[in-house]
Ligand binder design. Sequence first.
Ligand code: GLU
Length: 298
Amino acid sequence: MASSPSESARPVLRFAPSPNGRLHLGHALSALTNERFAARLGGRLLLRIEDIDRERCTPALEQALRDDLAWLGIGFEPQVRRQSEHFDDYAVALDQLRRRGLLYPCFCSRQQVRIAVAAQEAASGRVWPTDPDGAPLYPGTCRALGPAEAQARIAADEPHVLRLDMQRALAIAGDDISYVVIDEAGQGRAVQARPARWGDVVLARREVPTSYHLSVVVDDALQGVSHVVRGRDLEAATDIHALLQRLLGLPTPLYHFHELLADETGRKLSKSRQSESLADLRTQGATPAALRRRLGFA
Ligand code: GLU
């Protein structure tokens, strides 16, 4: 059914969890913050399942996640977008970048990257720079491969990823890329994106023919997302998203980054560290109302 003009003018927000573990309190905070923004803005709230990692994401975890959100009583629109059903959309975007010479195949294993970085450090006597997540910047080994060699290695079925040539991308996109961050009151301020600090990021892998960065940017545009409300842990990655939006000719939404919850030891809650799940809290007798109060959403 086509939406009416007033419907299409409404702000669009989304909560976009990955079904690769049980949701914890941090996810509840993120979903509730999205719900609050949507209510204040009179916006629509979408649920997007970010399940491109077909090994770690399972239907059972997706069902569990949806049960948790239903229990919490978040009012999502019924239509849910599942990224694993849209690899074609990501392939189109990837192709757009490839045709402009912005991608190159990289055959380096993690171990080879470590060795190349150590060699650079030994030669320069300087510590090799890391990206905002703490990983060493890719030293560019495969950027220098000639097209014939790259093609031959692909034809020989050598495992590889596709990286963005950051310097070329910035030469095309310009270095004045910015996006607007809004606070809880909706006040905006422009922030300069600094994608160069990420180096040649991976945009697709053989097993997963896309990446978090590429899919999130394509989906936000295809779904008409106007406000991205997400945790501070994704603030730095927004540099890459703003760059990709510019390169792909997509609109840049407004962004809000909420604070992260910490556990008793002060560390960020995380699925991989088995932080207490919403399911655990539920079995211990927590109610949605008590949980909302605990997180400041009375
Ligand atoms: N899927 C991401 C996660 O689970 C969040 C996506 C986003 O907000 O951009 O952390």
